[in-house]
Design a protein around this ligand. Sequence first.
Ligand code: GLU
Length: 285
Amino acid sequence: MPVSPTVTRFAPSPTGLLHCGHAFSALTAFRIAQKEGGRFLLRIEDIDSTRCQRRFEEALKEDLAWLGITWESPVRRQSDHLAEYKEVAEKLRARGLLYPCFCTRRDIQREIEAAGGAPHGSEGPLYPGTCRRLSSRDVEERMARGDEYALRLNLEEALRVTGSGLEWFDRHQGLQKARPELLGDTVLVRKDIGCSYHLCVVWDDALQGVNLISRGEDLFEATHLHCLLQAVLGLPCPEYVHHELLRDSSGRRLAKRDQAETLRSLRERGVSAEELHVILGRSTQ
Ligand code: GLU
């Protein structure tokens, strides 16, 4: 039986210039595709119009080309497909798998304080379920009043559909039992942008035939949720590899917000792509 070739990807959000952490991540995925005779895709994850800019998309393509990375055309840009994500979300909603949530961050904080705390997930305390308990009459009233709302996953309902036996495979850590309860009733349609990272990434990876998702270990926990979403949407579950994150000399993870040195500035001060490959190479071989 023919084994399908590896299809992997690098999916940056163009919110700033790339730094060495991004180069490491992109090279890790690219080298896997090369080594396995597979395909490598670049996807622009720019649904957050409040933070993404076209000039950073151009800059990141320039940086990746400088690194010697090549990718297939056309490049999928998520902001060109917002209607498609909306349709996916509508279908989930019609199946009772999403519910409207009117809470602000402050409302959630207050509710958690009143309850004396809430379990923590990777993205902070879990949502206490306030709006899941609203009556349909309350929901209608608030909508008629024009209150803004997000759509959250009804985790209990989703688990009823999928059962609790979901699993996914990580190349470094082996077979994992999916534990979407670590993230709770996650927002899948944000109030401000009408979609979310989790929904779009799961949809796009399946649509583009990605069968190996290579990304940083900071997204390990999100994979539990992605596995559940694949199951409710009837999509295949790819393999994963969550790579280590590059850290600075004090052990802090490199981040745009901390002004980690950008690839552009390394280039401008005369560092060659070959030198950078050597610096990063040990872990991406
Ligand atoms: N767009 C995400 C980021 O820049 C990456 C998502 C992923 O690889 O799944 O962090």
